[in-house]
Design a protein around this ligand. Structure first.
Ligand SMILES: [Zn+2]
Length: 538
């Protein structure tokens, strides 16, 4: 039996693992590469397998870096079942349709920008020609803009050689990842056509086979799967894959998906797998790092609300639509109930977050004991009293004129787009506004610049002075930190069936490396697979 690491190998996105047995081939996760242009460019490489030859796809959860490539695989001929929990099926529908829309919009915006640049260069050239011609304004210069807007569907040669045709493995002279990382960041070809459309995303949904936690199902000849709660976002799963081999022996491989943080609101803690496995793939996002305690995060949230309330200001919270927004609302509701904050009106200005909250509301059986108790007492912990949900953009724009103090929670979480950007444009030079980061800000994003203390930023094409207050809370996380990952893994170390190997995936190289000695210290054998590496599972 072979396992190939098609993504999330020495990087945090693009989760995709291909398991080939003597009787079947299944895919575990089918995620998008996200982040820097060179990372996202990997989405444009030809698929490493023929989708028609895959028997089943299992999806751990609804984040795009775990399910965002499904439309591409279906477009390329996959027609088999896609197994996922009931809540993941609903959330994945939401994120895939949105992703199709964003893909098309980004491609269009890119083409518009290229056309504008071409026109500008043409005008500059024409002006140069009508004035005093110089050596720089020859026919060659005039040709350049046209060349830029011409469609260029073929990836650059270097990226093409990094395709998995030969499935280069770790240790082989050719390191496809190094090759790809060496690419210049300006990859125009990558966004000239959308990766997929809303229709492509829609076409995926017919293959969803929703299931419950703990239910064992046969997914392909000789392969069963059991989904256990991962406590990361609603519906997230750790997947146990049991393979019956031709010689009658069986092997269990556990795919951690993203492991949640214990003791966080709404969701249950990640399931401890006590009966062991032969192989474990564990995420490593926070290897080498420790989260601030959640209590401290909640205290800082209360402090921010009180600060804004005391001087009639505006609290602006950029937040991811799925998971973080529901957690922040839950915490605000708890703080209000405890009398720790006054009632400040809350605007929830993210249609995607509102849709996700609707889905959260439909799955009380997935909640932890604390949230179920609150529901039993007649409380409504998923909602903040009097919250104002804005669906259309005119309602969103009207928030600027609403009486203060107020709180606005809106997406995107890293200020890379969405309604949060127009709120920020209204508030960036307002000292009574407090911009509060409650999640990770990716390198190079507007959020990261502001968090680092930028005095001026470019917003909607204008350079703006930063005069609002900015604070960050690091203690909210949907991922286990290093100690929590090792605590989860230690159940395998003491299990009757002890893993032969632990594959560290879904982490930057530093994070994966930090976990290596920790995994060894609990008596397990860590391994860091390379991108596209194939390993034999004995
Ligand atoms: Zn995730």
């Amino acid at each position: 039996m072979k396992l190939q690491f098609l993504g999330a190998a020495t990087t945090v996105t693009g989760s995709q693992f291909l398991l080939t047995t003597d009787r079947a081939r299944i895919l575990i996760d089918c995620g998008l590469f996200q982040g820097s242009p060179s990372e996202a460019a990997r989405n444009r490489l030809p698929i490493a397998y023929d989708p028609k030859t895959i028997d089943a796809i299992l999806v751990t959860h609804a984040h795009l870096d775990h399910c965002g490539m499904l439309p591409v695989v279906v477009k390329d001929g996959y027609t088999g079942p896609i197994h996922l929990t009931r809540a993941t099926a609903e959330l994945a529908r939401l994120v895939l349709l949105d992703s199709g829309k964003v893909q098309v919009e980004q491609a269009q915006a890119h083409q518009d920008r290229m056309a504008r640049e071409a026109r500008r260069e043409q005008r500059a050239h024409d002006a140069g020609v009508s004035g005093a011609p110089t050596a720089n304004t020859g026919p060659g210069a005039a040709a350049a803009p046209t060349a830029q807007v011409a469609p260029a569907p073929a990836p650059p040669a270097a990226a093409a050689t990094a395709t998995p045709a030969g499935a280069p493995q770790a240790g082989a002279g050719l390191d496809p990842e190094a090759l790809l990382r060496a690419q210049p960041p300006h990859l125009d070809w990558a966004i000239q056509a959308p990766l997929y459309t809303v229709d492509d995303a829609q076409a995926v949904l017919q293959y969803f086979v929703p299931l419950d936690y703990g239910q064992t199902i046969t997914v392909a000849p000789g392969i069963t799967a059991t989904f256990m709660d991962a406590g990361h976002i609603l519906g997230s799963a750790i997947i146990l894959v049991d393979v019956e081999q031709a010689d009658g022996t069986s092997r269990r491989i556990v795919f951690s998906g993203d492991v949640g943080r214990p003791d966080t609101p709404i969701l249950r803690d990640p399931t401890a797998i006590v009966d062991g496995a032969d192989y474990v793939l564990m995420e490593s996002t926070y290897g080498g790092r420790e989260h601030d305690p959640e209590d401290e995060a909640v205290r800082m949230l209360a402090e921010a609300v009180n600060a804004v309330a005391s001087h009639s200001g505006v609290l602006l919270i950029p937040s991811f639509a799925i998971g973080r927004t529901q957690e922040i609302v839950w915490q605000l509701d708890r703080l209000l109930s405890a009398g720790s904050i006054p009632h400040v009106p809350l605007y929830l200005d993210s249609p995607m977050a509102s849709s996700a909250t609707e889905i959260y509301r439909r799955y009380p059986d997935y909640y932890d004991a604390e949230t179920r108790e609150l529901l039993a007492e007649g409380q409504d912990p998923i909602d903040y009293p009097g919250q104002i949900v804005t669906n259309d953009s005119s309602q969103s724009k009207a928030i600027a004129k609403a009486p203060r103090p107020m709180m606005i929670v809106s997406a995107s979480g890293m200020l890379t787009g969405g309604r949060i950007v127009h709120h920020l444009a209204n508030l960036i030079d307002d000292p009574a506004a407090l911009l509060l980061f409650v999640g990770y800000q990716g390198e190079g994003t507007l959020g990261a610049h502001l968090q680092a203390g930028a005095k001026e930023v470019r917003l909607d094409g204008n350079v703006r002075e930063v005069r609002c207050q900015i604070r960050s809370i690091s203690g909210f996380s949907a991922h286990a930190d290093e100690n929590e990952l090792i605590a989860w893994l230690s159940h395998f170390a003491s299990a009757p069936r002890k893993p032969k190997r632990v594959f560290l995936v879904h982490g930057d190289p530093d994070a994966e490396l930090a976990l290596v000695p920790r995994v060894k210290a609990i008596g397990l054998d860590p391994y860091r697979p390379a991108w596209h590496e194939v390993v034999e599972l004995a």
